[in-house]
Design a protein around this ligand. Structure first.
Ligand SMILES: [Zn+2]
Length: 330
């Protein structure tokens, strides 16, 4: 292992000097020399690791989580450069000098990285179809995540209650924290036309949406009664979207409610921030409460004004989507 690490580090140094290769090159070499390198190196992290995956927003969420963990004094090993496949994770572990791993992981690589990494927590936020077209059907990815979750009982899950396929991963699990947007006043009139996987895969019936919030994210239920949006323990209420500048919401947790200001626009950034312990505002005034998983909700600032004043100002990077079918009856 030592020789492999030395060779990979030397390769990384050389590629940096010559301007060749990406940030994942040393990690790729390391994994070729030592296939279990991610597992071996991650076991040295005193506080273990956490992973974040989603089709949209995972880099933003990871950055927020990193901030709050660093504020708590954690030294992070973090693939900040966005190299989020196995080579990037291995490169971060190769270079890192920290006590806590924080890894953004590509949705298709999650089931290759997690078995080695064995993270203490996994934050899984959304699965949108269009970006997944490079791989195949959304349902295939959802199935792979479900298999992975079943094989990772020791990992605490932080899941979106508002994405049916993601929420369903927590079925039959105890160590799950759900997050979601409870304010239905920011709901859309209906599902986008591109949303095409809205049928229950077992009974074939479409989900009934009581509120569509973003793409296929919302408040849904299968008419057979076999699947319903979980009640989130961490919720955004009183959402107010300020054009292209900012967003406000009231963060509700079992510990109480606090106002949050985001210097980021759109409901999708509320979704990005909601599960994270971070606030990107510069006026953070309180430490986040401890959470039962290794995550904690966002710290807060006081928002001006009261209610939202504008509709969602921007769509997610790729907004058309295929909503997940009811997975509990599929
Ligand atoms: Zn159903």
């Amino acid at each position: 292992m030592r020789l492999a690490v030395a060779a990979a580090r030397a390769t990384g140094a050389l590629s940096r000097r010559t301007g060749r290769g990406g940030t994942s090159l040393p990690g790729k070499l390391l994994m070729r020399l030592e296939p279990d390198a991610i597992g071996t190196l991650s076991r040295r992290l005193e506080h273990g690791s956490a992973v974040i995956s989603a089709t949209n927003g995972k880099t933003t969420t990871a950055a927020m989580v990193a901030k709050i963990l660093e504020r708590r004094g954690r030294a992070l090993v973090h693939n900040r450069a966005g190299a989020n496949m196995a080579g990037g994770v291995a490169s971060a572990l190769l270079d890192g000098r920290g006590d806590t791993g924080l890894f953004e992981v590509d949705e298709l690589w999650l089931d290759r990285v997690v078995p080695q990494l064995r993270p203490r927590a996994a934050l899984l936020s959304n699965l949108f179809r269009d970006q997944l077209d490079r791989y195949g059907e959304l349902e295939i990815i959802a199935d792979r995540w479900a298999d992975l979750v079943a094989r990772s009982p020791e990992t605490a899950l932080v899941l979106s209650a508002d994405d049916p396929a993601v929420a369903d991963l927590g079925r039959d699990r105890e160590n799950v924290t759900y997050f979601g947007v409870d304010d239905v006043r920011v709901a859309l009139p209906g599902l986008p036309h591109a949303t095409d996987a809205k049928h229950c895969r077992r009974c074939g019936r479409p989900y009934v949406y009581d509120a569509v919030l973003l793409g296929h994210l919302g408040h849904y239920r299968c008419p057979t009664g076999d699947s319903v949006r979980p009640t989130p323990q961490v919720a955004a209420d009183d959402v107010r979207l300020e054009g292209v500048r900012s967003a406000y919401f009231t963060l509700r947790t079992p510990q109480g409610s606090k106002p949050v200001k985001l210097p980021l626009p759109g409901l999708y950034n509320v979704y990005n921030a909601l599960p994270s312990p971070a606030s990107t505002t510069s006026t953070t005034r309180s430490a986040p409460p401890r959470w039962r998983s290794s995550w904690a909700p966002a710290s807060t600032t006081s928002p001006p004004g009261s209610r939202r004043s504008s509709p969602r100002s921007a769509a997610p990077r790729r907004s058309s989507s295929r909503a997940a079918s009811c997975r509990s009856c599929s």
